[in-house]
Design a protein around this ligand. Sequence first.
Ligand code: MN
Length: 296
Amino acid sequence: MSSMKTVNEIRRAPAPHWVGDGFPVRTVFAAHSGEAAAISPFLMLDYAGPHDFPPSEDGRPRGVDEHPHRGFETVTIVYQGEIEHRDSSGNSGKIGPGDVQWMTAASGVVHEEKHGTAFTQRGGTLEMIQLWVNLPAREKMSKPRYQEILSAAIPNVPLAGDAGSVRVIAGAFDNHRGPATTVTPMDVWDIRMCRGGSASFQLPNGANAIVLPLVGRAVVNGSDVNQHECAMLGRDGETLEINATDADATILLLSGQPIDEPVVAQGPFVMNTADEIRQAIQDYRGGRMGSLAAKA
Ligand code: MN
């Protein structure tokens, strides 16, 4: 007999702030504010938009200029719009609606994140998520790597009773495995539910779980979760019941085995000790995380 996971907290929708000149984000949760154990292996989630950008006057893409990361992964999920990026290990790419970029910064990456060139020129609606995923200590200084996951590679699995569908980005749902390679076990599911639909999900006992309605609202194990609020569920139990009460809903579900190690987070670096943060700052300033090639 499986037991229901308990909703520990409904997090209110935070006010938006700008990241660079391209990303009006709500920081839904952040290890930087001292709640690492409840959200591990996740560290931070910024939900950007939906925000309408006019066509650019000067053709210069909005976004975030060159900056470093060390010790974790950045996962960018695009719902609307287009993002281009390039990094110090020579990777670059463009992702659009339904696509995901899963960047393992590990020992260190310097990158920029911008609106796509075509999106910049024609303008439009931007809606995306950036999720930070922690790495265990043994992997924090491994070689950076990068997964570009296009929408077509993500299984879209129907829910029973025409309740909706689940795009399995990472982990597995109903025997469909998502394409993302993860370092520790986790599920990242982009769930679409029809108005009035209900569904039951089984997650591992011991995993933290977070449910975030981006569009519409939901009842999660009996608790109301409004748009842009976030349900934080405890580690015990396996079952998650989600009902889309009064409208179609787009829901992000995150679940993962916690990494129970110390988290010391400072800006773009997330390590295990303050010494490792000081080292990261020195390595970045010393150019040892690389730099971006000048744009042609
Ligand atoms: Mn970044």
